[in-house]
Design a binder for this molecule. Structure first.
Ligand code: SF4
Ligand code: SF4
Length: 360
């Protein structure tokens, strides 16, 4: 079996890299246009589906496994998961949790969504991926998104267990060998190391993944270490270093360039978290993926003006440091619809084939 070092040297073999399907960009563009023509002000782009909150890890920055402690054993029925995705209607579905691969019927959920031509991004820590892949064939509608917060030492610290990095990298290789689309997903904290992160981005890029998604962590009040989360100003400084061309030339980012500029503090947006509604075992999170002041029964309850008068940067103190892609990457898309120059930037950068809107 190839070692991690060998895999890093497979840059030249990256030619077998699966590309983000053009159908996804075309469908997303058509969907945006249709909703705009209908005069809709707020509508979902990505449905965030959490079919369980249980996990086989206990990462130090994770709020979910603590927030949902009383319902960790709850598994969302297949029909309920599909009904939530249909109710939202967004063409992209990001499956997270908890660890989705633990759900005993995750194969039925994903295979049904693929059959209905939703573009599914399934976020996983990779530990059980091989087992699940036996039941879900590769498809252009499916991309595995493997969580990696750095190279071996840093990632294993972040997930609070030794050996996870090696297993995650092996899972990525195995998925690529079997012909799946694969991305990685990294959360950036105060404890992150720019050089270490870029080494990891370069490693997985060399292996042939579609791209690396990045986002600063959100200071979930249930996470045990509150000191690890970045302030807005610290995020700007860290991302300026992380994304500097001389530091990141081996990386292939999946986020769109406008969002990357936002992370560096070069652009300002108000959050559009209503475009990434999150359905959990307790219902739709209101108002957003990071905050759940309530759980509600219907997705339409998340689009009211009076909610968004109360939440967002400058409105709720908990939003002050939030720069997560679930709130702000879609904001870059909605703003670009009104700003031809931004739209041109997206097209020029190849966002349609390299990324454009991340999913998790
Ligand atoms: S793998 Fe994901 S869901 Fe599991 S503990 Fe870590 S962050 Fe939370
Ligand atoms: S800015 Fe506030 S409302 Fe928007 S995604 Fe972040 S926490 Fe949620």
């Amino acid at each position: 079996m190839a070692t991690i070092e060998d895999k890093g040297l497979e840059q030249a073999q990256g030619e077998r890299r699966a590309k983000r399907p053009l159908e996804l960009s075309a469908r997303l563009a058509g969907y945006l246009l249709k909703n705009k023509l209908k005069g809709k002000k707020r509508f979902p782009l990505v449905t965030m589906l959490e079919p369980l909150e249980m996990c086989n890890l206990a990462c130090i920055g994770c709020g979910r496994i603590r927030e949902y402690k009383p319902v960790l054993d709850k598994m969302m029925p297949v029909e309920e998961a599909l009904a939530a995705v249909r109710e939202s209607g967004a063409p992209i579905v990001s499956i997270a949790g908890g660890e989705p691969t633990i759900h005993p019927r995750i194969d039925e959920i994903i295979n049904a969504l693929i059959k209905e031509k939703y573009f599914v991004y399934c976020c996983t820590n990779g530990l059980l991926l091989d087992r699940v892949m036996d039941k879900i064939p590769p498809s252009k509608y499916l991309c595995w998104v493997v969580h990696l917060d750095g190279m071996e030492k840093k990632h294993d610290e972040s997930v609070d267990r030794q050996g996870v990095f090696k297993k995650a990298v092996d899972a990525i290789q195995s998925a690529l060998d079997r012909g799946y689309r694969v991305c990685t997903n990294s959360t950036v904290f105060r404890t992150s190391d720019v050089g270490d992160l870029n080494e990891m981005f370069s490693l997985v890029n060399g292996m042939g993944i579609e791209g690396s998604m990045i986002s600063p962590g959100f200071d979930f009040e249930d996470a045990p270490d509150q000191e690890m989360f970045l302030t807005r100003k610290e995020s700007h400084e860290l991302f300026q270093k992380l994304l500097a061309p001389e530091n990141s030339d081996g990386a292939r980012f999946y986020n769109n360039p406008l969002y990357l500029n936002f992370l560096k503090g070069e652009r300002d947006y108000q959050c559009t978290a209503w475009s990434n509604p999150t359905y959990t075992v307790m219902g739709w999170r209101k108002p957003c993926y990071p905050l759940a002041d309530e759980h509600v029964e219907h997705v339409a309850e998340l689009f009211d003006q009076n909610i968004w008068d109360k939440y967002g940067v400058g409105k709720d103190p908990r939003c002050a440091n939030c720069m997560m892609h679930c709130g702000f990457e879609s904001a870059t898309i909605f703003q670009a619809l009104k700003t031809p120059k931004d739209w041109a930037t997206l097209i020029k950068s190849g966002a349609a084939t390299k990324g454009g809107i991340t999913a998790a």
